[in-house]
Design a protein around this ligand. Structure first.
Ligand code: TXA
Ligand code: MG
Length: 298
């Protein structure tokens, strides 16, 4: 059944409980899932992605009660954020319970937890009855997938099943908030705005300085073409095949299509993709973060 793509949640759940690796739709991006309690299955995720084994994974659970089982402590900030944004595009980092395998945490004393907002993902997690470790379902450093077809093209023959839940509604990854420190720190901007996070926990240290989330500083989310983010009105001179996109008009709509645009630029053999940036607020902050990483090192 290797590489099969379909909408059969029962088959996806069976593959996972047998220790398989399954691509799963979420509202942010597709994830590459395995039973979080099964170190052998989790190791297969790293092998398929080509991801360094000290990069921790997010555990996806059905609700806040399930999340708390994976946590040694559940700070007030975690409870406030979970209450307001779960299910949804927010990941909460807390000290982990004793049983959580090192393969999930990368040997850290914390675990990242998320209740995804996609009905198919929630249905699957409930059927499996346990947490699913899942990074984005792309090869390490490459563009995240927002359709089942993206996953098939990248990893098709290596996963046991690709569960098709349609195109992702948000289109870029969850916001990560570290609630194991005080005040909580935003480690990655994403689907929930940093303004809304700050509004909920009142005191928050914005993302700054070296990131505490491993794997987020290097070039990432990268297509083969050169990505050139520009401020509105800025002019650039370029040779080669150039395409220009505008992310400033409707940032939420752009976010939904962003990774598709990056993939299409490569399919169309574009050399340089120029993107006019949105304002650095709301989802615009996450778009700017991803595009600056897509542009890094080129
Ligand atoms: O929207 C998302 O978050 C998607 C979907 C599939 O849920 N997942 C995702 O996973 O983006 P991934 O592995 O591509 O990115 C997760 C980030 C990594 O940069 C990792 O370092 C960070 O979360 N992370 C995971 N556990 C952590 C922890 N205990 N402390 C700090 N950072 C952590
Ligand atoms: Mg990723």
């Amino acid at each position: 059944m290797s590489g099969r793509i379909g909408t059969d949640v029962v088959e996806a759940a069976r593959a996972l409980t047998e220790g398989g690796v399954v691509a799963v739709p979420t509202e942010t991006v597709y994830g590459l899932a395995a039973l979080a309690r099964d170190p052998l299955a989790v190791r297969r995720i790293y092998a398929i992605k080509g991801r360094p084994s000290d990069h921790p994974l997010i555990v996806h659970v059905a609700d806040e009660t399930a999340a708390r089982e994976w946590a040694r402590e559940w700070p007030v900030s975690a409870a406030s954020l979970a209450g307001r944004f779960w299910p949804g595009p927010l990941t909460i980092v807390v000290p982990h319970a004793d049983f959580v395998p090192d393969s999930v945490t990368g040997g850290r004393d914390t675990v990242a937890l998320r209740v995804p907002g996609h009905p198919v993902a929630l249905d699957l997690i409930r059927r499996v009855g346990d947490g699913l470790a899942a990074p984005s379902a792309n090869r390490f450093g490459r563009v995240s997938p927002t359709t089942a077809e993206h996953v098939r093209l990248d990893l098709g023959t290596e996963v046991d099943y690709i569960l098709d839940g349609g195109p992702c509604e948000v289109g870029l990854e969850s916001t990560i908030v570290d609630c194991s420190v005080h005040p909580p720190q935003v480690l990655r901007p994403g689907g929930v705005s940093v303004e809304d996070v700050m509004d909920t926990v009142l005191e928050v240290a914005p993302a700054s300085g070296p990131s505490r989330a491993p794997g987020m500083m290097e070039s990432h989310y990268a297509p083969r073409c050169r990505v050139v983010p520009i401020e509105p009105g800025q002019h650039v001179v370029n040779g080669g095949r150039t395409r220009r996109l505008d992310a400033s008009g409707d940032p939420a709509a752009f976010a939904r299509e962003m990774y598709g645009h990056l993939r299409r630029a490569d399919e169309d053999s574009i050399d340089t993709l120029i993107v006019e940036l949105p304002e650095p607020r709301g989802i615009g902050l996450a778009i700017r973060d991803r595009l600056s990483k897509a542009a890094a090192g080129r």
